[in-house]
Ligand binder design. Structure first.
Ligand code: ZN
Length: 141
C-alpha cells in the first residue's frame, strides 16, 4: 500500500485558474493539469529563487520530494509550451498558511477576514465569499 502523501504547505493559492496559449488556431487540445504543489515549487524555485533545500523546509517535505514535484511541474510546462496546450492548476495535497477565501464577485483571494462569522470581501465588500478549497471545486466551470 503506498504511503499517504504528506500535505505540502503553500503561502497563497494562485490568483488564476490556469494559462492558455494564444495565436494558435488549431483544434483545442486537452489542457495539462498541474497540481497546486507543482505550481508552488515553480514559484518558489524559479520566481523566489530559493534552493530546493529551502523549498523543502518551507513546504514541510524532504528535498528529494521537492525535486520530484519540481521536475514534474517543469515537464508539464514543457509539454504545454511544446504542444500549445493550456495549463489548468487544480488539485494536489496542500494546505495554506492560513485560511484563504475567494470572492466570487471580484475574484480576489484573501485571508484573515476581520469577522469569520459574517464573511465580507475586504476588496469589494461582497458577501459572495467561499473558503478556497470550496472555490477550487468550481475551477472547471
Ligand atoms: Zn470581492
Amino acid at each position: 500500500m503506498p504511503r499517504p502523501k504528506i500535505n505540502r504547505k503553500m503561502v497563497t493559492p494562485p490568483k488564476f485558474k490556469g494559462f492558455k496559449p494564444y495565436g494558435y488556431y488549431a483544434e483545442e487540445q486537452a489542457p495539462v493539469s498541474m497540481l497546486f504543489e507543482e505550481y508552488e515549487t515553480i514559484r518558489l524555485c524559479d520566481y523566489e529563487l530559493l534552493s530546493q533545500s529551502e523549498v523543502a523546509q518551507f513546504m514541510g517535505v524532504s528535498r528529494p520530494t521537492v525535486t520530484r514535484i519540481y521536475e514534474s511541474a517543469r515537464r508539464k510546462v514543457a509539454i504545454a509550451f511544446s504542444e500549445a496546450r493550456s495549463i489548468v492548476i487544480e488539485g494536489g495535497n496542500v494546505f495554506f498558511d492560513s485560511n484563504w477565501f475567494h470572492c466570487k464577485n471580484c475574484k480576489s483571494h484573501f485571508n484573515n477576514p476581520e469577522n469569520h462569522k459574517k464573511l465580507i470581501c475586504p476588496v469589494c465588500d461582497s458577501k459572495s465569499v467561499l473558503p478556497v478549497n470550496h472555490a477550487q471545486n468550481n475551477l472547471t466551470t
